[in-house]
Design a protein around this ligand. Structure first.
Ligand SMILES: Cc1cc2nc3c(=O)[nH]c(=O)nc-3n(C[C@H](O)[C@H](O)[C@H](O)COP(=O)(O)O)c2cc1C
Length: 506
């Protein structure tokens, strides 16, 4: 199986490392005036208006992020709930005017460069208020574009090799990536961003579905070409990344209508820039038929690592801010003050970030290992730490003032220097590739980004600020070594107190 020829992942991953990855040009320039339209626009398509109702339903952000639902009873979202899920995942939550650039729409979840290259589709049975169909979510007008009418969930089930949760789900979300919208700025590193930016959206989706008591499961193993065909995406410029079946229905899935080719006229991106290394990485991690999918699917067993001297973290802070309010007010912090955060805040964020996900590669767990640089946390020495998830404790790696290091590792930006703490999500990529092949790269990136997205939400719920950051890959590994010798950096988030500023988002 080509998926297990994992040199493809190492070639891509090492080649897109900062600062000297051979697949990145140091002379590449991007100016915000080149920003592509961040929406997929269909011509001549029927649309369904989504009801907008944003009032909180009363579930706190911290509970919504850290609860793993165990529901077996029938749970079918109606159109209203579906609309809320879409809005709080990928809807427009604010508009900001920038001098010389005009007004920009910002979305519910953070996104590298605010380029919004992730599209969301819905594949569903008949639900209250919405007929069975395949739809594309149009966040600009809060509408669904009708791609196909009829119940096509069977195609997803088939492509996911009869996956047990998918079999009973009345609604399935599919996230796709429009490469060019993000690669225009980030070149071939875009393919990492595909999963980072899907992950931050998914952190919101999971929180909002949990608040509505709708169970879900993240599906990363499917026959890529079949899903592409179903959605009518070209598989060169736009590809499916992840599927999220939602809810449980007792109704049998009806036979799927024939899948005729569709050729809908749509503009996904203003630019058709190609980075062949992105397509090569994607293709090498594709699963070609459902026999490959079922052979691939296998949850990872996470082994606890025992440590000696540990610092026990505090219990989670009790904070009642509703999830909807957190999402609406969230926005990446552009400037941190140098003030301290509390030990309880650090404890709560780490425990929320690692509450785990229900997926086809890990069950209520996370693949990520968290390393922390503490710059200013009351009651905790500044230094570098490893978070021991199973004991909710920190292991001190090195005591010291690492503000400069934190700033340097985060691409020499001020944000990680000024922040009270920076969390590096790292993973043993070799081990993951051994089990999952190249497809494991997708899972590893996604997993760390969901955990990062949860850290974003927890920080905001606690009244703090946060921002995702990019990083110097190998320098991160060296800094946390020998502890992190075999690990690769996957995601970075800086957290602290916000300082008010008018800086433009990068
Ligand atoms: C994974 C990730 C990496 C990011 N990297 C940086 C970065 O290196 N520097 C920076 O200033 N902002 C960074 N951001 C923040 C984005 O610029 C920000 O999310 C985007 O402008 C949208 O704004 P919002 O988060 O306020 O909605 C990053 C965001 C994410 C999700």
């Amino acid at each position: 199986m080509r998926n297990y020829e994992v040199e493809a992942t190492w070639h891509y991953h090492n080649g897109t490392k900062h600062p000297n990855g051979m697949l990145l040009s140091r002379f590449h320039m991007y100016h915000p005036s080149q920003r592509p339209t961040p929406y997929k626009i269909y011509k001549n398509i029927s649309q369904i208006i989504l009801p907008i109702e944003k009032n909180p339903i009363g579930v706190s952000t911290l509970d919504a992020i850290s609860t793993n639902l165990d529901i077996k009873d029938e749970t079918v979202p109606n159109l209203q709930t579906l609309s809320r899920i879409l809005y709080f995942s990928a809807g427009i939550t604010k508009k900001i005017k920038f001098q010389g650039l005009g007004e920009m729409d910002f979305r519910a979840a953070s996104c590298t460069g605010a380029l919004y290259h992730i599209e969301v589709y819905v594949v569903c049975s008949d639900i209250a208020g919405l007929d069975a169909g395949v739809y594309h979510f149009d966040p600009k007008d809060m509408k669904l574009d009708v791609i196909r009418r009829g119940d096509y969930r069977g195609k997803i089930l088939d492509s996911a090799a009869n996956e047990s949760f998918t079999k009973h789900a009345p609604v399935m979300l599919v996230f796709t990536d429009v490469f060019a919208r993000n690669s225009i700025k980030y070149q071939s590193r875009e393919y990492r961003h595909a999963f980072w930016d899907s992950g931050t959206i998914l952190a919101n989706t999971l929180a909002i579905t949990t608040a509505h008591k709708i169970p879900s499961k993240i599906i990363t193993g499917f026959v890529d070409s079949q899903i592409g065909h179903l959605l009518g995406v070209d598989m060169v410029q736009e590809v499916p990344l992840v599927i999220l079946p939602l809810g449980i229905t007792n109704q049998e899935m009806p036979p799927t209508p024939d899948l005729i080719d569709i050729n809908l006229e749509a503009i996904s991106s203003d630019y058709e820039i190609e980075y062949p290394e992105i397509n090569a990485m994607h293709d090498s991690s594709c699963l070609l038929n459902n026999t490959e999918v079922s052979a691939w699917r296998n949850e990872m067993v996470i082994e606890p690592k025992s440590q000696s001297q540990l610092i026990q973290l505090e219990k989670k802070i009790n904070c009642n801010e509703p999830i909807e309010q957190t999402i609406i007010k969230r926005g990446s912090t552009r400037k941190f003050s140098l003030e301290s955060i509390t030990f309880e805040q650090l404890s709560t964020i780490l425990s929320c970030a690692t509450s785990g996900i229900n997926s086809d590669f890990v069950n209520n767990e996370t693949l990520s290992d968290l390393y922390v640089i503490v710059n200013a946390v009351d009651g905790l020495d500044s230094g570098s730490y490893y978070y021991v998830k199973e004991k909710n404790s920190l292991e001190l790696l090195r005591k010291g003032n690492f503000r400069h290091t934190s700033g340097n590792l985060g691409l020499n930006q001020d944000l990680p220097y000024d922040a009270s703490m920076t969390i590096f999500f790292m993973t043993d990529l070799k081990k993951i590739l051994e089990q999952f092949g190249n497809r494991g790269y997708r899972a590893a990136q996604l997993d760390s980004a969901i955990a990062g997205g949860k850290a974003y939400l927890a920080s905001y719920a606690l009244g703090l600020g946060a921002t995702g950051l990019t990083f110097y890959d190998d320098a991160v590994t060296s800094f946390f070594s020998p502890h992190a010798t075999d690990k690769e950096a996957m995601f970075l988030i800086a957290i602290g107190k916000k300082e008010k500023t008018n800086q433009i988002s990068s």
